[in-house]
Design a protein around this ligand. Structure first.
Ligand code: HEM
Length: 192
């Protein structure tokens, strides 16, 4: 199954990104710090979405139009900061030239809902971030698992003959996100 291979072959990349993320999350002590974390995700997810929309629709991935989008990040930012401006966006994105590459990217973006609830709990506990500001990380809530399962079933079907390509695309999406993390956190100024 493609999904099992994806999980196995991106395990290292996930671990590496997760380690970096946990470091950032542990440093969040205020709404301002949390805004920075949201801006990091926005800067990577927002420019990828129009690229994915060229190849993915509700026929390819169930409930695609209802899946988590970067405007949820903007809504969360608006609950903690008024008049948020100047969103930085990543300029070194993974390639999206066909449906397989789009699915590889989406695997990483959708998969992050799995760890998202853990992130939301950490932020609530350590920095008292309220649930209404955590909608992005909480993902689909109680529907996280069924949404993931329907996504994975579609990937197994669509990418059955393109295992190597989808794995490469997913790994590229993880590593470029890590590069973006370094760049973003290095250059971030609180007045951004
Ligand atoms: C604090 C940070 C993170 C934690 C604690 C975390 C934790 C987890 C956990 C517990 C799972 C479920 C594993 C399973 O059921 O076997 C998971 C899956 C996944 N996460 Fe993360 N994660 C984090 C960050 C991220 C980020 C930032 C991304 C991508 C942007 C990501 C992408 C994925 C993907 C693609 C999967 C699905 C793996 C699969 O079953 O194929 N994670 N994560």
């Amino acid at each position: 199954m493609v999904a099992a291979k994806l999980k196995e072959k991106t395990k290292q990349a996930h671990l590496s990104l997760e380690k970096k993320m946990v470091g950032y999350i542990k440093k969040v002590a205020s709404g301002k710090d949390y805004e920075k974390l949201l801006r990091l995700f926005y800067g990577y997810y927002a420019p990828l979405e129009p690229l994915l929309n060229k190849y993915i629709n509700n026929n390819i991935i169930p409930a695609y139009s209802q899946r988590r989008k970067s405007d949820t990040i903007l809504k969360d930012i608006n609950t903690i900061s008024s008049g948020a401006i100047n969103f930085r966006k990543c300029g070194n994105l993974p390639q999206v030239n066909d449906v397989i590459e789009a699915l590889g990217v989406l695997y990483v973006m959708e998969g992050s809902t799995m760890g998202g609830t853990i992130i939301a709990k950490m932020l609530n506990k350590q920095a008292a971030i309220p649930p209404e500001s955590l909608t992005f990380f909480n993902g689909y809530g109680k529907d996280n698992l069924p949404m993931w399962q329907s996504f994975i079933a579609a990937v197994n079907e669509r990418a059955a003959n393109n295992e190597e390509k989808i794995v490469k695309s997913a790994n590229d999406t993880f590593s470029k996100m890590e590069e973006w993390c370094d760049k973003f956190y290095e250059e971030y100024v609180t007045t951004a």
